[in-house]
Ligand binder design. Sequence first.
Ligand SMILES: [Zn+2]
Length: 87
Amino acid sequence: MVQMEHVLNGPNQYDGAVTYYPKFRRGDAMAKTYTCRDVGADCDWKTSGATVDEVMATVGEHAAQVHPTIELTPELMATVRSVIKDE
Ligand SMILES: [Zn+2]
């Protein structure tokens, strides 16, 4: 499983898409991030939100649209929740 330490990656990682996260300053809310790869899906989709619940809701929508064959069992949702990490 992917562990913490979200180091800035080079610009090549995601097709040159914005990968430079501004360094969080103290006082800023921590963002929660989730990547499909973290649960073993062959999908580079990722999302972030202010809270785990917000991310979970977005993940649910994404799963319904992009992974309609994946059944969102309580076990899977627990796994999703467990891989959401602080950015
Ligand atoms: Zn996905």
